[in-house]
Design a protein around this ligand. Structure first.
Ligand code: DP6
Length: 320
């Protein structure tokens, strides 16, 4: 039995930064994101025997390090739900630049959740797939639904993501550095919580921003969505920079993109910048402006335009 699924990355408009419960992967606050229609991850899961280990091949290379352990732990959850002890072979093609702050783990674990649930014979609702993906990587929760989605804070049952009404939007991804980052988001979150004096204010303010963002999305107020997006990203980076030892993801080239985006706005082109746990910057704009925004940012890095992406879904399910 081989099940193959595809999922896309998402970029948070209101960021997730910090867990309330690491075991259950429950976030300290809600978050809101837009799914992309570029950089898909396609993953197949084939059940093998009862013995030994799971096998994981990523982009044509056999993985035998911590990434395999993370996949095996995730599959253990699926096996527990399915009452199975079958091992699996996972083959994944992930077109997101790995570890560069574009949440390759989001599309990765969302595709794995959909493919593994099918391979192990689980018939999960979109909500339960989202809860399952959450256990692989927090941001993967939001790569199960399509479009713009909210990931609710709450307990294990209540913490899932779902699509919300929003106006048409686009993003321009400016890849400044596609090498691996110095410190992964998981460890950086822990250090931020333990040492940044700004972290409590981040949690309080982001909780308010989630509600403001959902209201702006429902009202179709693009300007407000953009302003909240850029503000929340800078608040997250300020909180992270407040850790000890400090962690700084944005470099001078990232800051130059934020400046270029502010200059666009001064010229009447509405665009807003955000960045995750890495130097790359993603620019939110109206769909009709994406080509103009992309050409204005040409030269700051590799520029890729994206519309709003689909939900994660099963591509094929082939019987044994
Ligand atoms: C900055 O989802 O990668 O992209 O839950 O530990 O796997 P884990 O973290 P991860 O963190 C993403 C953080 C972020 C913000 C966001 O996507 O909301």
């Amino acid at each position: 039995m081989t099940s193959t699924a595809v999922a896309h990355p998402n970029i948070a408009l209101v960021k997730y930064w910090g867990k309330a419960d690491a075991d259950l992967a429950l976030p300290a606050t809600g978050s809101v994101s837009m799914g992309l229609d570029v950089f898909p991850t396609t993953t197949s899961v084939t059940l093998t025997g009862q013995q030994g280990h799971d096998a994981f091949t990523l982009n044509g290379r056999v993985v035998d390090d911590g990434a395999l352990v993370r996949v095996e732990r995730f599959l253990d959850l699926v096996r527990e739900l399915a009452g199975s002890d079958a091992r699996a072979e996972v083959v994944s093609d992930n077109t997101v630049p790995t570890g560069a702050g574009l949440a390759s783990s989001a599309s990765g674990f969302a595709a794995l959740a959909v493919a593994a649930a099918d391979a192990y014979g689980l018939d999960l609702s979109a909500r339960d797939l989202s809860r399952l993906a959450r256990r692989g990587s927090g941001s993967a929760t939001r790569s199960i639904p399509g479009g713009v989605s909210v990931w609710h804070a709450g307990d294990d049952q209540a913490s899932f993501a779902e699509t919300v009404p929003a106006p048409p939007m686009a993003m321009v991804v400016v890849t400044i550095d596609d090498g691996p980052k110095e410190i992964g988001s998981r460890e950086a979150m822990r250090r931020t919580i333990a040492t940044s004096p700004f972290y409590p204010a981040w949690v309080t303010s982001t909780t308010v921003t989630v509600d403001d963002m959902l209201a702006a999305c429902a009202a179709g107020d693009f300007t407000r969505i953009g302003e909240l997006t850029e503000s929340n990203a800078l608040r997250m980076h300020a909180t992270i920079e407040g850790a000890f030892p400090p962690i700084r993801y944005l470099n001078s080239r990232s800051v130059a993109v934020f400046d270029a985006v502010a200059a666009m706005r001064a010229d009447g082109l509405e665009a807003y910048a955000t960045a995750d746990a890495g130097p790359n910057v993603v620019v939110l704009c109206r769909p009709e402006d994406r080509a103009r925004v992309a050409s204005a940012l040409d030269g700051y890095g590799a520029v890729i335009e994206s519309g709003t992406g689909p939900a994660a879904h099963l591509l094929r399910s082939e019987g044994s």
